[in-house]
Design a protein around this ligand. Structure first.
Ligand code: HEM
Length: 176
């Protein structure tokens, strides 16, 4: 088998895009907006909806991954790099799930669902920023961003140094 199942390919690129947008929006927009800024609710409507969709797609991805055949494990010729590759891939599942769950816990802890989706208040509560799950959401985001950097560096290494065409496996086309 030379490629991943087309559902996994589609989910990979869709989730990559949604995660990059969510990380950027979280750091660049949300983190720099005061809690008493009424516009924050609009940004949170998009961020919370996208985050819940990402969490749901992660479950669909995991189920599809175990139900479909995959190409043989990629190798670099270096046992340590190969082991880092395996751990990075499982790390993605753990940290993306961690983002979705800590985001949900933050929204529940600050009572954001009725405010963001039900118009229950004009602004978000000030306590939001100090909640432990909110602080965890920020730290998990940092680890996830580091994993993404590692993942992109490995892809560049495979494409440009090893020239083994690894990226083809994560695109549509004949699988055998
Ligand atoms: C993979 C999914 C997600 C990603 C990548 C993501 C990313 C981020 C980032 C980077 C921040 C800013 C962190 C910081 O600077 O400390 C943030 C804040 C936040 N996120 Fe998420 N998030 C995700 C899912 C969710 C979900 C599912 C919810 C709720 C249902 C949520 C609710 C929030 C809230 C309430 C904040 C705080 C905003 C503030 O304090 O101003 N996130 N998110």
């Amino acid at each position: 088998m030379q490629r991943y199942h087309p559902v996994l390919v589609a989910l990979h690129w869709l989730m990559a895009l949604m995660i990059l947008i969510s990380l950027t929006a979280g750091w660049v927009i949300l983190d720099n907006m005061a809690n008493d800024d009424p516009d924050k609710i609009l940004v949170l409507t998009g961020h919370m909806s996208a985050g819940i969709v990402i969490g749901t797609l992660l479950v669909v991805r995991l189920v599809t991954r175990f139900r479909t055949g995959t190409p043989p494990r990629a190798t670099t010729g270096n046992a340590l790099l190969d082991r880092i590759g395996i751990w990075t891939h499982w790390g993605f599942y753990v940290f993306v799930a961690g983002m979705a769950l800590s985001g949900l816990a933050t929204a529940l802890g600050a009572g954001l669902f009725p405010i963001v989706f039900g118009g229950a208040a004009e602004t978000v509560p000030e306590e939001l920023s100090g909640l432990p799950q909110r602080i965890a959401h920020g730290w998990i985001a940092t680890v996830l961003a580091l994993l993404i950097l590692l993942h992109i560096s490995a892809t560049v290494y495979h494409q440009l140094v090893l020239k083994d065409g690894l990226l083809r496996r994560m695109w549509f086309g004949a699988r055998s």
